[in-house]
Design a protein around this ligand. Structure first.
Ligand code: MG
Length: 373
């Protein structure tokens, strides 16, 4: 799949690329084992070509606590390394790492091209679904009653899958409370964000009775064999998120049975084409896959929803409606239908565009880069 990363955008000469930093308050703070986010800061990449433009969102956070990238590091790498290559018509292949930055740029270039062709991202990817099931992630809270109430509210709204953030010492009790609140039929996952060690095997095995669909990233990102060892010791399937940085790692993880589920994030693996490659590995190896999220605005969410319409995404992903996160999204909002699904955008490109007044109200910095300077 050519996603435009190797060459400059095809619709016509690139006139400029804007790097726009936006800040949106979350409707409630979101706490994981490694970070607490109260305000979503995102870097948007806006490609302006002849007569058409395109958008991408960088999912990196302000702190380097998920992967190593941040909003700021991504901006610098885009400005100093990726964009000079694109402006010169050069390949991006020699740049290592910086997956979130790469993904944002490649998405914006691909969006530009698909808009020029009048073709939706979903159709370009070979999507098989017009709607995708919506799941919701619940941040950590010291108040178990609050977790119970939130979980019940989300299920009532139609969400088909819950994922609770956990950490050592904050796992069995909150998960059991949520399970009791929503019943046995709701798919329930836990996500540890790499916060456990090999010494915590008993605590993780204690979750086996909860009937979890999976426990996500129990051990640190660089633990591959240790995840395979853990998989032998617990009954709950292991899902890998932070560890899976490429199709190669996904392939090796599945070969050694380090996971039965892979969380696929476009930003973490460096773009849509690479995310599809991870999806393809999962499909070939019979590993379940789900689309993960980074609290994206509507720009990134549109990409996640289109990706989730591929047939290898066998489990409900972190795909929530806009109002789960924001009072006002940057784009037309993604709305949860009563049957617990979101519509896959079918307009040209990613199918959504930031609303000019909302974008202006939430922009905190803007940098315009042009070829030849
Ligand atoms: Mg995760």
């Amino acid at each position: 799949m050519d996603v435009g990363g190797a060459r400059a955008a095809s619709p016509g000469p690139l006139r400029a690329v804007e790097l726009i930093r936006v800040r949106l308050p979350l409707v409630r703070p979101f706490r994981s084992a490694t970070a607490e986010v109260r305000t979503k800061e995102a870097l948007l990449v806006h490609v302006l070509a002849d007569g058409v433009d395109g958008w991408g969102e960088c999912g990196a956070q302000t702190e380097p606590t998920y992967r190593g990238e941040t909003v700021d590091s991504a901006r610098l790498v885009l400005r100093d390394h990726f964009l000079p290559r694109v402006f010169a018509g050069r390949s991006l292949a020699d740049v290592r790492g910086n997956e979130f930055a790469r993904a944002a740029l490649e998405t914006a270039l691909l969006d530009t091209r698909l808009r020029a062709e009048g073709r939706s991202l979903a159709s370009y990817l070979g999507a098989r679904r017009e709607r995708v099931a919506a799941g919701v992630a619940i941040g950590m809270s010291d108040d178990v009653g609050e977790l119970r109430e939130l979980a019940a509210t989300y299920v009532q709204a139609g969400y088909r899958r819950l994922k609770c953030k956990i950490a050592p010492g904050a796992d069995l009790a909150p998960l059991a409370a949520v399970r009791a609140a929503v019943g046995a039929d709701i798919a329930l996952q836990a996500d540890a964000n790499g916060s456990y060690t090999e010494n915590d095997r008993d605590a993780l095995a204690a979750l086996d009775d909860l009937g979890l669909q999976c426990v996500e990233q129990p051990l640190p990102p660089d633990a591959l064999v240790a995840h395979a060892d853990l998989a032998h010791a617990i009954a709950t399937p292991i899902c890998l998120d932070e560890t899976i940085t490429s199709a190669r790692v996904a392939d090796e993880a599945s070969r050694i049975r380090a996971c039965r589920v892979v969380n696929v994030k476009v930003g973490r693996v460096g773009g849509i084409a690479r995310a599809v490659a991870v999806h393809d590995v999962c499909r070939a190896r019979g590993v379940d896959a789900l689309v993960g999220g980074m609290l994206e605005t509507g720009v990134g969410r549109a990409v996640n929803v289109a990706l989730a319409a591929l047939p290898g995404f066998t489990l409900t992903g972190d795909l929530s409606a806009s109002d789960r996160y924001f009072a006002t999204d940057l784009t037309e909002p993604f709305v949860l239908a009563p049957d617990g699904t979101l519509a896959v955008p079918d307009g040209p490109g990613i199918g959504v565009t930031p609303l000019p007044d909302v974008l202006a109200a939430h922009t905190v910095a803007r940098e315009v880069l042009v070829p030849g300077r």
